[in-house]
Design a protein around this ligand. Structure first.
Ligand code: UDP
Length: 309
């Protein structure tokens, strides 16, 4: 296949580019590099199956020749990023999704949206199933991301029903691994780097809030299986193993053998109290479930960050 990956120089996008090229596909990576980084794709430059286009996908996307699939992964994705880049976040979810869908329509290509567990907001049910409509504060600090993903989902369904595009909506839960940015503010790179540098681990609030962490190689395989499927409904992709942020901090201290202390900082506004995917649908429809144990995935991520110290 000849595949476009928007946001292909980001954390998830670049792992996808690697995976697709390994599977024998040709990849066109589009990124405006506001949160992505060419360091993530340098090793692919010069590969005849890989092409990088420096472009903002909220502007018209022109690609010559046939295309089989478009994976729309462009967006600031960490709470710090989307609060620093609120307009860009809203634009890439709305205008960017529209342009990427327009390209899919023109090329009669499959389309996969990187949606998010954030469409469920601060959920009132647990675990979250795809038929839960969510609990989102549209005017809160996370609203720019949550609503842009919700709008993107609606736009994708409109193109599916009206233009008959073969679309997929992957609701991606917390994913971690090498190439996350050290300072993106998310809990995995933050705690690992604090532990490695002997600095206190900053737990927000009382640390009783929960998250479920999926290793990037599992996530990429789930996305690929979804792309190859004939399913057009939203599907949750994530690891259902849930833990509190407190327990996660302790686990990082253990794995890094760090003597750092744990300190508490104020809980950010609208920080979801629980998050755990129900992946029954992914198991049944895609025959997918995550395989990498948390300890193994974290060890690989710790090794990656040790090299960047
Ligand atoms: N968190 C924390 N300390 C940090 C960074 C994050 O306690 O230095 C918490 C955050 O409040 C949230 C969880 O860890 O409850 C996961 O945060 P992250 O930014 O990774 O992403 P989110 O899952 O909230 O989108």
């Amino acid at each position: 296949m000849r595949i476009v990956v928007t946001g292909g120089a980001g954390f998830l996008g670049s792992h996808l580019c690697d995976f697709l090229i390994n599977e024998g596909h040709s990849v066109i990576c589009i990124d405006n590099l506001i949160t992505g980084n060419t360091d993530n794709i340098t090793h692919l430059m010069g590969n005849e199956k890989f092409k990088f286009i420096h472009h903002d996908v909220t502007e018209y996307i022109f690609i010559e020749g046939k295309l089989d699939a478009i994976l729309h992964f462009a967006s600031p994705a960490s709470p710090i990023d989307y609060q620093e880049l609120p307009i860009q976040t809203l634009k890439v979810g709305s205008l960017g999704t529209h342009k990427a869908l327009g390209l899919a329509k023109e090329k009669k290509a499959k389309f996969l949206l990187a949606s998010s567990s954030e469409v469920y907001g601060d959920p009132l049910v647990s675990p979250q199933k795809e038929d839960y409509w969510g609990n989102v504060n549209s005017v809160g600090p996370r609203g720019v991301y949550d609503e842009s993903k919700r709008f993107a989902e609606a736009m994708v369904m409109a193109y599916h029903y009206y233009h008959k595009i073969d679309t997929k909506i992957a609701r991606i839960f917390n994913t971690y691994g090498p190439r996350m940015r050290k300072k993106d503010g998310r809990v995995v790179p933050t705690f690992i780097n604090q532990a490695l540098e002997g600095k206190p681990l900053t737990v927000f609030g009382d640390g009783a809030q929960t998250r479920s962490f999926c290793y990037v190689s599992d996530m990429v395989q789930g996305i690929y299986k979804f792309l190859l499927s004939n399913i057009n409904e939203p599907i949750n992709l994530g690891n259902p193993q849930e833990m509190t942020v407190n327990d996660f901090a302790e686990f990082i201290l253990k794995l890094t053998k760090s003597k750092s202390k744990i300190v508490h900082k104020p809980l950010p506004v609208d920080d979801p109290k629980i998050r755990r995917p129900d992946i029954t649908k992914a198991k049944k429809l895609l025959n997918w479930s995550p395989r990498v144990p948390l300890e193994e995935g974290l060890q690989k991520t710790i090794e990656y960050f040790k090299k960047t110290l």
